[in-house]
Design a protein around this ligand. Structure first.
Ligand SMILES: [Zn+2]
Length: 142
């Protein structure tokens, strides 16, 4: 037998649709029936399956922000864990732009436009210049 919604059911539903987080007491004050009546009607509406659940409206933008903040924290910790402190005078490993080998202490530098290329030796530098002559010349003429 279908259940006929009464005025209390309607008022209750209307109130819940506006804000599903309200307590029975709040609703009771709002629709002017007793709290047990609100509860009874609510439970009946749940039992007959009309109220399938009270949904939570999440602000996913916020979630994402906090998640990425967490990620930043983790990254920060990982960085700290390595006990790395970037400071002036630190040595940065440079690999040869031609043979990819280490450049040792003093790399051979070739200026290409406003950039610099580093080489382990002058022969790598010469070979690089030959290989990329066209590109180097076009950069130099800019
Ligand atoms: Zn080299």
């Amino acid at each position: 037998m279908p259940l006929k919604l009464d005025e209390i059911d309607l008022a209750l539903l209307e109130s819940l649709v506006k804000d599903g987080r309200k307590s029975f007491r709040q609703i009771s004050r709002e629709i002017k029936v007793s709290t047990p009546t609100v509860k009874l009607h609510y439970e009946r509406l749940v039992n007959i399956g009309l109220i399938k659940g009270i949904s939570v409206d999440l602000d996913f933008g916020k979630l994402e922000t906090e998640a990425s903040a967490k990620l930043d924290q983790i990254r920060h910790k990982a960085f700290k864990g390595h006990k790395i402190k970037v400071d002036k005078g630190m040595l940065v490993k440079i690999t040869c732009d031609y043979c990819n080998g280490p450049t040792h202490n003093k790399p051979t530098i070739l200026k290409v436009g406003d950039q610099e290329r580093f080489f382990c030796c002058s022969s790598c530098k010469t070979l690089y210049k030959e290989k990329y002559r066209g590109r180097i010349e076009s950069l130099a003429n800019k």
